[in-house]
Design a protein around this ligand. Structure first.
Ligand SMILES: Nc1ncnc2c1ncn2[C@@H]1O[C@H](COP(=O)(O)OP(=O)(O)OP(=O)(O)O)[C@@H](O)[C@H]1O
Ligand SMILES: [Mg+2]
Length: 502
């Protein structure tokens, strides 16, 4: 074979077995120089596992990995680094209490006569930052950067060790629109410098924009591949789920009932001078749209008693209530499935069964002993309804794939049948097929009289699911759009603070 035609990376017949789970079976993957290769697949398809093997986090049970035609063994993160492979994890790995330069050179500090050469560190770091388009002083603390900028620092760190293959696992899932666009530009720049990128995302729209080629995994196996000119939303979905899916969910609206929750000039600690007024009725699904930082999460947290209101009134079913803690909120029938589920939604060391029944047990304070039978029943139903991929109810949640962990969090709240369900970015990290399942469950709850208030940064989700949308901008509700007024244009106008145009 000609050297020029040898792929940069060539993986063949890869196998990975976890206790009770075959995560990868007979998987092949090639990557060329200067190529952006997208890897897509449903939750639990094996994407992160494959990438962790390439990055030396996991070792495979069988299969070969070749770099420039030569077989290599990657048994540690250091091995991967030596071969020029860097993985940008979804949960970023930076030390917040150190500055940018220290993070870039963490563990590989250049020394002069035995001492860490700080001048050299800052000069070199500045060079790497430039390549990712960041012009912050290199002594800025990482904790003071936005998530998007932290991600760029991670990429700069990869460049500092001469990575030729940069793997990004769901890089945009917590980025704002602008931050995502900056990242796309950096991906393009890296590609033109000959660096190869493996890009994992559930956002098929961005895959269409970025990818030179798409590899699809299904149930741990290769499901197909699409060349640039074959890439389309439908083609990807078809390979991912093995069937056609209608692109957007369309809600069947029902007549709303009486008012469940009513806020009047409610003031949150995040924006104490701004009063928020709105209501949600039984059976209604109300969306809260807006850009990242508009105060949407803060509003949900106030309703749930995480950060109690500092003024105004809140009525539940006509009665004035002011939850001071989440426990109080739960007693009023309010529950919140938070945005940051890893930190606030799950106990990672506990099993699927235990996580599923947590809120119930907390609510029923009188329960002295745990009813295992009931617990198993609740968990079994949740796994079935949410189509959670797990070898069993006793699996520790930490070992589920990212999307399946999220389904556990969501599932346990959906199973509670609250009065008011607050959802923050309910489908973040969730694959296309399961998204529709979650929408169906939301609709089912609404039909049963639950009031739902959900925050979403995905326009399609707001347009498809909301009976009505509140749009926020810098802490203010800039407008309210009824279903027949909902359009991308109207939402964006209000989200950017342009009241008059909408
Ligand atoms: N450390 C582990 N121990 C046991 N099972 C694991 C472990 N890591 C992953 N798995 C299992 O391997 C399978 C593939 O998981 P993986 O995280 O690779 O999926 P994914 O495609 O990245 O999904 P998602 O889109 O939800 O992130 C899943 O069934 C998961 O539960
Ligand atoms: Mg994953």
């Amino acid at each position: 074979m000609e050297v020029a035609q040898t792929p940069l990376l060539d993986v063949t017949a890869l196998e990975k077995q976890f206790p009770g789970v075959r995560a990868l079976h007979n998987v092949d993957l090639t990557l060329n120089r200067g190529e952006v290769l997208a890897v897509v697949g449903e939750n639990g398809a094996g994407k992160s596992t494959l990438m962790k093997i390439l990055a030396g986090v996991h070792t495979p049970n069988a299969g070969t990995i070749r770099i420039e035609g030569r077989e290599v063994r990657i048994q540690s993160v250091r091995d991967a680094q030596a071969h020029g492979i860097a993985l940008i994890h979804q949960e970023l790995n930076l030390a917040g209490n150190l500055d940018i330069a220290a993070n870039i050179f963490l563990g590989i500090e250049p020394h002069t006569a035995g001492f860490i050469d700080s001048g050299q560190i800052h000069a070199k770091a500045a060079g790497h930052l430039k390549r990712v388009g960041l012009d912050f002083p290199t002594d800025t603390l990482v904790a003071d950067l936005t998530i998007g900028h932290q991600q760029l620092v991670e990429i700069a760190k990869a460049l500092s060790v001469d990575a030729r293959i940069i793997i990004m696992d769901e890089p945009t899932s917590s980025l704002s629109q602008t931050e995502s666009e900056t990242l796309f530009k950096v991906v393009h720049d890296l590609r033109s410098q000959g660096i190869s990128i493996i890009y994992i995302s559930h956002r098929l729209g961005e895959v269409m924009v970025l990818a030179d080629r798409v590899v699809v995994l299904r149930d741990g196996e290769n499901a197909g591949e699409l060349a640039r000119e074959q890439i389309s939303h439908n083609a990807m979905v078809k390979l991912m789920v093995g069937r056609d899916l209608s692109q957007f969910y369309q809600r069947n609206t029902t007549e709303p009932g009486s008012v469940v929750i009513e806020a009047e000039n409610l003031r949150t600690p995040a924006h104490p001078r701004i009063g928020l007024s709105f209501s949600v009725r039984e059976g209604e699904i109300v969306g809260i749209a807006g850009l990242v930082g508009a105060g949407r999460t803060e509003l949900l947290e106030t309703l749930f008693g995480v950060t109690p209101a500092v003024g105004g009134t809140l009525k539940i079913a006509g009665k004035v209530v002011h939850p001071k803690t989440p426990l109080e909120a739960i007693q009023f029938g309010i529950v919140l499935a938070p945005e940051d589920r890893k930190q606030h939604g799950l106990i990672l060391e506990m099993s699927v069964r235990e996580n599923a029944s947590l809120p119930r047990l907390r609510m029923d304070q009188k329960a002295g002993a745990i009813d295992f039978g009931a617990e198993i029943e609740v968990a079994t139903e949740m796994v079935k309804k949410m189509d959670i991929k797990t070898p069993g109810l006793e699996q520790v949640v930490q070992y589920l794939s990212g999307g399946n962990q999220q389904k556990v969090v969501l599932g346990k709240w959906l199973a509670m049948k609250p009065r008011l369900l607050l959802l923050d970015e309910p489908t973040r990290g969730i694959d296309v097929g399961s998204k529709q399942e979650i929408y169906r469950l939301m609709e089912e709850l609404a039909a049963g009289g639950v009031a739902i208030l959900f925050v979403s940064s995905e326009m399609e989700e707001v347009l498809g699911m909301a009976d009505r949308a509140l749009v926020m901008h810098e802490g203010v509700i800039t407008g309210e759009l009824a279903r027949d007024q909902l359009s991308e244009e109207a939402v964006m106008q209000l989200a950017t603070g342009n009241k008059a145009a909408a």
